[in-house]
Design a protein. Structure first.
Length: 286
C-alpha cells in the first residue's frame, strides 16, 4: 500500500500557620520592590517584542512571527488519520498529518539535509522559529557538524532513512536496515535515537510501520501542507491551514528552487503569520 505524501508556570503557595493574622506588608520598600518588579517584567516583554521586530526587519519579514502559546500540560492523543491505516494499524506507530489541538499553531518540519545554508541556521535562531528535522544519512554525512549546530540550538533531529528509498518496494528486512541503520547513525553522530520517523515521499506499507516500531519509532508524522520559496501546497480541499497542521519543506537551495532556504522561510512565515498562526515545537505536543 502506498500512501500519498501527506506533532509552567509553577504556582507557589504560601500558608499561614495557626490562628495568627496574616502580616500586611509595610508601605515603602516592599511595595516599591513589587512595583519595580512588575515594571521590570513589562520592560522585558517590551524589549523582547522590539527584538522580534528588529529580527523580522533584518530578515525581510514585514511582520514578526507570532509567539506560540505555552506547551500543553496534557499532550493530545495522537491517532492514525482516517484512510492512512495499514492492516492491524493499532499495533503500529500512528500516522498523522495534523496534531489535534485548539491552539492556533502549526508545526514546521524539514526533510533530508541536502542544503546546508549557514544563513538559514542564523535566521531561525534570531527569529526563534522552532522546527523539526528529518534526516537521511546519504545527504547528511558530508557535514554532520552543520546538524550538530542545529541540535545545539534545540532542534530535534529525526529519522528519514539512510538512503531515501521508496519503502514499499523494499522487503521488510531491507526496510528495517534503512530505518534501524539510520537510528544507529543518529545515535553515533548526535547521541540520541529518534522516536519520530517520516518515510521518504510519505510512502509506506505495513512492513514499513512494523520495521519502524522494531527500531524504536513511536510516531510517524506526515504533513498537511508543503512550503516552497514561492508557494504553499495543501492536502485539504479548502487549500488552507488548520490548527495543528504539520508543514513539510526541504533542505534545498537555488539548485532546486528559485531561491534559498531563507527565501522559503520568508514566504512560509508570511503565509502563517498573515493567517494568524504561530509556529510551535512539534515535540511539545507529542
Amino acid at each position: 500500500m502506498a500512501v500519498a505524501a501527506l506533532l509552567v508556570a509553577a504556582l507557589g503557595t504560601a500558608c499561614s500557620s495557626g490562628s495568627e493574622a496574616p502580616v500586611k506588608p509595610k508601605a515603602g520598600k516592599g511595595t516599591e520592590a513589587g512595583a519595580a518588579g512588575a515594571l521590570s517584567a513589562a520592560e522585558k516583554a517590551k524589549a523582547a517584542q522590539q527584538a522580534r521586530i528588529a529580527a523580522a526587519k533584518k530578515w525581510g519579514l514585514v511582520k514578526p512571527p507570532l509567539t506560540a502559546p505555552a506547551a500543553p500540560k496534557e499532550k493530545p492523543e495522537i491517532t492514525t488519520r482516517d484512510g492512512f491505516e495499514v492492516e492491524d494499524q493499532e499495533e503500529y506507530p500512528p500516522v498523522f498529518t495534523t496534531v489535534p489541538t485548539e491552539d492556533k499553531v502549526v508545526f514546521l518540519t524539514i526533510d533530508d539535509g541536502a542544503e546546508k545554508d549557514p544563513e538559514f541556521l542564523k535566521m531561525m535562531q534570531e527569529l526563534k522559529i522552532p522546527y523539526t528535522a528529518f534526516l537521511s544519512d546519504y545527504v547528511v554525512n558530508d557535514n554532520y557538524p552543520y546538524f550538530k549546530q542545529m541540535q545545539a540550538a534545540g532542534v530535534t533531529l529525526n529519522n528519514h532513512t539512510l538512503n531515501h528509498r521508496y519503502m514499499p518496494a523494499l522487503s521488510y528486512e531491507k526496510q528495517r536496515q534503512e530505518i534501524c541503520g539510520q537510528q544507529d547513525m543518529m545515535q553515533k553522530q548526535f547521541g540520541k535515537r529518534p522516536t519520530l520517523f517520516r518515510p521518504p515521499y510519505g510512502n509506506y506499507n505495513q512492513d514499513t510501520l512494523r520495521a519502524a516500531k522494531s527500531c524504536g519509532i513511536k510516531a510517524v508524522p506526515l504533513w498537511n501542507a508543503e512550503a516552497f520559496t514561492n508557494r504553499m501546497d495543501y492536502r485539504e480541499w479548502d487549500r488552507d491551514l488548520h490548527p495543528g497542521d504539520i508543514i513539510l519543506t526541504h533542505f534545498r537551495g537555488r539548485e532546486d528552487w528559485k531561491g534559498t532556504m531563507p527565501d522559503m522561510i520568508r514566504h512560509v512565515m508570511k503565509t502563517v503569520t498573515d493567517k494568524g498562526y504561530s509556529v510551535a515545537r512539534l515535540e511539545d505536543y507529542l
